[in-house]
Design a protein around this ligand. Structure first.
Ligand code: HXC
Length: 510
């Protein structure tokens, strides 16, 4: 063969390797409304930046005559590329090859990429579409999962790990995403379950569709497994790009600065009109957040799950911040089990990656009742406290209205370690609301006596001054100065150094 023939042969092999499971399987994938693994990667990354590695890897399984069906790449496409000019590592399961199932061989490819991402300090993004462990391989496939999970855990808190679910994800295919930081799903096209509808029917006699069992709507609103849902694959992948824009590449890097047209001292007068005078009337905290942040843009995380707490990213003066806020417009902003889990995990992620946290507090307390108590509100609620105390990033708190009881304490109070605590003049900081307190302190009082007791309590606690007298509130601010004051506090804490006592690791409540 001449050198030219060798090059030609290589080009043919290279092209053939991109054909995955073949035309028929690709047509089936398309018919299901899904893109191929390489199309997805190209959609996700900046144009012409994808570098594929291990394209010619073949499985070495002999069971079920599998030697006669070996596809180059073995059903997972791996490599690296760029998002907004920054390096990311990526791997995508190819459902056209053995249903995107995990073999020991393609697990090795994933492990190689995971190790490269960790060593070189860049985010890793997994595009999942997989039937789980390759059944024909038995324990070999299981060992592949073990090693992937092992790397997921080791990478946790060092590099951002992101999972997109772009088709069915069964069995082991769910656990790697569960060990990563963020899960994205596609509406009506992606499913996650440990065991599929057939197994469920056999074991529990429940008849459920894939969507009912583990569709995007279930995982984004009920189970809390998914953080984001896109309407189609393209929107989902664009959301991943957007998330990456807020994150540093690793835990040693600062979050990326962006230039902004917004001014730091912009007044926020509309907040005054947003918060009703009667503290029992709800308002939408997201409107307040949008009023305050750069260019009014807030990128919400888990918008459908535990809506009584709002978490997400925004920028202040061009710098990414994590926002945690009670939502008075949903269950009066009360903290319950799901809200506690949601907030705590978000806080811990921000802390891992040096993203300052701004907390907006308007909370009547923890949700009372048998359901919450029996399901462990005590240990779940404790997670928020643990996460805030453990976090060494700048922590700025603003009480916009109510801050009652345990919920006041856990929502980044001064003594829990917040750096700057602000409050509006209408803030109410007390063990509980006036009605509840009078019911306990003056149980038998009625009529005028009761009204006097209510007035006395409100006089004492329906303001921020008792807390300010003790230094638990650093500054009382007007709503119109909110943006400016928060940016001042962020600037003041920008070079914060703090650390926790040396330890192997803590033992957060779970
Ligand atoms: C090998 C698999 C496979 C698997 C699917 N295929 N899953 N091959 N191992 N795990 C193959 C199918 O045989 C089929 O091949 C092709 O992929 C497409 O699958 P379909 O069933 O035709 O697709 P669809 O109807 O869309 O259904 C997708 C599915 C279903 C819901 C994922 O295939 C399914 O239920 N698969 C099994 C899921 C599962 O139980 N996996 C093992 C989990 S245990 P042909 O040749 O016909 O096109 C596990 C343990 C790990 O993962 C635990 C670690 C903690």
């Amino acid at each position: 063969m001449t050198l030219e023939d060798i090059y030609k042969d290589f080009k043919e092999k290279d092209k053939a390797a991109e054909n995955g499971g073949g035309e028929k399987a690709i047509a089936k994938q398309k018919k299901a409304g899904k893109q191929t693994a390489r199309e997805r990667i190209n959609m996700l990354l900046d144009d012409d930046t994808f570098v594929e590695i291990d394209k010619f890897v073949l499985h070495d399984s002999h069971n079920y005559n599998m030697q006669n069906n070996r596809v180059p790449g073995d059903g997972v496409v791996t490599g690296y590329g760029k998002i907004d000019g920054r390096i990311v590592y990526v791997y995508a399961y190819d459902f056209t090859v053995y249903g995107g199932s995990l073999s020991r061989t393609n697990a090795n490819k994933i492990v190689k990429i995971q190790k490269l991402a960790l060593k070189n300090g860049a985010p890793i993004i997994a595009l999942n579409d997989s039937g789980g462990a390759r059944i024909q391989e038995g324990v070999m496939a299981l060992s592949g999962y073990s090693e992937i999970f092992n790397n997921n855990v080791k990478s946790s808190g060092v590099i951002p790990q992101i999972s997109a679910i772009l088709g069915p994800c069964a069995g082991g295919a769910c656990y790697s995403p569960a060990l990563t930081d963020f899960i994205f799903m596609v509406r009506d096209e992606s499913y996650m379950f440990v065991t599929g509808p057939d197994v469920v029917k056999t074991v529990t006699h429940e008849e459920l569709t894939k969507e009912e069992l583990g569709g995007a709507s279930v995982h984004s609103s009920k189970s809390g497994v998914a953080h984001f849902v896109g309407n189609d694959e393209e929107e989902t992948l664009m959301m991943i790009r957007e998330l990456i824009s807020f994150l540093p590449s690793n835990n040693m890097e600062d979050p990326p600065m962006t230039s902004t047209r917004d001014t730091n001292n912009r007044k926020t007068p509309d907040i005054h009109k947003l918060i009703p005078e009667d503290s029992n009337i709800p308002y939408d905290i997201k409107k307040l957040i949008e009023e305050v942040v750069d260019e009014n843009y807030f990128f919400e995380v888990m918008p459908q799950f535990a809506q009584n707490v709002v978490v997400g990213y925004a920028r202040m003066g061009g710098k990414p911040v994590g926002i945690v806020a009670n939502q008075p417009a949903y269950l009066a902003g009360v903290l319950d089990i799901d809200a506690s889990d949601k907030a705590a995990r978000f806080i811990r992620f921000c802390d891992c990656f040096d993203i300052p946290i701004i907390t907006f507090v308007d909370v009547p307390g923890f949700l009372p009742g048998r359901d919450q108590e029996h399901n462990g509100i005590i240990r779940h609620g404790a997670k928020i406290m643990y996460a805030y105390v453990e976090a060494t990033v700048p922590k700025i708190t603003l009480i916009t209205r109510k801050a009652y009881g345990g919920a006041y304490v856990v929502m980044s109070s001064k003594e829990s370690g917040a750096d700057i605590n602000l409050a509006y003049p209408n803030a109410e900081i007390a063990v509980m609301g006036a009605e509840g307190a009078v019911n306990i302190l003056y149980r038998s009082s009625v009529g005028e006596d009761r009204q006097n007791a209510l007035n006395e309590y409100k006089e004492l606690f329906s303001n921020p001054y008792r807390a300010a007298e003790k230094g638990y509130i650093d500054e009382i601010i007007l709503p119109e100065n909110t943006r400016f004051k928060l940016i001042q506090a962020l600037e003041m804490t920008a070079n914060k150094t703090a650390s926790n006592p040396p330890k192997k690791h803590g033992n957060p409540p779970s």
